[in-house]
Write a protein that binds this ligand. Structure first.
Ligand code: GLA
Length: 394
């Protein structure tokens, strides 16, 4: 990130002088374990080396001024620390505002506001958690200035609470957790029920981690997302008449199959089958990775996509086309949709020596199938949210 440019813009907007501090929070890509987090299951995301940066200066009064280099048309957004509420016209600034509200709810006294400049490197609307990165970034900033003693897991929970209550999207914990707790060259195996987690070295020697953007606008995502959550709850309630379980993640596919008749609705059964099988696949995939068996990991990515397509029905023509185009390429050992679905991105493991050919051929095939142009980014697993103090961090 070009901080000279950001600091120059900061001074133009807010005046020069004073002590500016710099912060960063990454986006995430989920490698496997999709739509399992709110079912108490396992996820396996990593933080990206793409994310949101902020330059921040404390004020002496209770006003806040926020500006994003990504949304210059919105200008400077202003609000007071008193009586903070969701305002549609404040657009993206509702995310940091919601986080400040969560700090107040937890008894942290906010004595003065901030001038903030944000700049993001995550392609917007691509399903790589730019909103979670803004939430976690705001939480890291608020912690740095208030001296609140929240650890990284608590900051993730604060970001999720802001999204759930202030923004109104009933997301699970995965995105904020990955942004807050990421570790360079590692993925995170997280049990979303207990929040017990471990870092797994993500070394893909000879293979590149490639994200491909369908460039299909994600529509109706929130309502469909909330509907899937409800279907899973409905399935869980049916199974609980028979089985002493608290979450779907406590089941394995064999037990689910043996109790199939407890769920009369065929669609609900398929949603549950995805949640249960995906949770098992995630653990199997991590075991394969730990044995350096990347091909087995890639095969489980393929099965994950099939289950999201056929049982969970969150893929759609664009994601299916981009993934099936990738599967055709000999250099690709794994490809699946990533994130909530209904558009957004796919994640691929591609032999490094075939990367150029993969991008051209998969891109062409995708355009032939959909008329859209895909974008490809080679990424790596990065560190979680932090204050930037070292020139190396830039
Ligand atoms: C979105 C949500 C996450 C998770 C994924 C699906 O990214 O924010 O909590 O549910 O979808 O795995």
């Amino acid at each position: 990130m070009d901080f000279e440019r950001l600091l120059g813009r900061f001074s133009e907007l807010y005046g020069s002088g004073g002590d500016c501090r710099k912060f960063f929070a990454p986006g995430r890509v989920n490698l496997i374990g999709e739509h399992t987090d709110y079912n108490g299951g396992n996820v396996f995301p990593c933080a990206l080396n793409l994310g949101t940066y902020a330059v921040v200066r404390r004020r002496t009064d209770r006003n806040n001024r926020l500006y994003s280099m990504n949304f210059p048309e919105l200008g400077i957004i202003e609000f007071s620390l008193d009586g903070m509420r969701y305002q549609p016209e404040h657009d993206w600034a509702n995310y940091p505002k919601g986080v400040l509200v969560e700090f107040q709810k937890r008894g942290v006294e906010l004595t003065a506001g901030w001038d903030m400049l944000f700049a993001g490197t995550i392609p917007s609307g691509a399903g790589l958690s730019s909103s979670a990165s803004i939430e976690v970034l705001a939480a890291v900033i608020a912690r740095a200035y208030t001296g609140a003693s929240f650890d990284g897991v608590q900051l993730a929970l604060i970001g999720q609470a802001a999204e759930n209550s202030f923004i109104g999207v009933k997301c699970g914990i995965m995105d904020q957790f990955a942004s807050s707790m990421g570790m360079k060259n590692h993925a995170i195996l997280l049990d979303c029920n207990s929040l017990i987690f471990s870092y797994v070295p993500f070394s893909t020697a000879g293979y590149a981690l490639v994200i491909a953007n369908t460039n299909k606008r994600r529509e109706l995502t929130d309502s469909q997302y909330n509907q899937r959550r409800r279907e899973c709850q409905q399935g869980l309630a049916c199974l609980q008449t028979r089985l002493p379980i608290k979450t779907l993640a406590e089941l394995d596919v064999a037990t689910l199959t043996a109790n199939r008749d407890a769920i009369s609705d065929r669609i609900v059964f398929r949603r549950v089958r995805h949640a249960v099988s995906e949770n098992q696949r995630t653990l199997a995939a991590v075991a394969a990775l730990e044995k350096n068996n990347l091909r087995a990991f890639g095969e489980l990515m393929r099965q994950s996509h099939v289950s999201l397509r056929d049982d969970y029905e969150v893929t759609g023509h664009e994601l299916d086309s981009l993934v099936s185009a990738a599967w055709l390429h000999p250099g690709c050992i794994g490809a699946r949709m990533t994130g909530a679905g209904f558009g957004g991105c796919t994640v691929n493991l591609v032999a490094e020596d075939q990367l150029g050919d993969f991008i051209v051929r998969t891109g062409d095939e995708y355009t032939a199938l959909t008329g859209l142009t895909a974008e490809f980014y080679t990424v790596s697993a990065g560190d979680g949210a932090r204050e930037l103090e070292h020139p190396d961090d830039r």
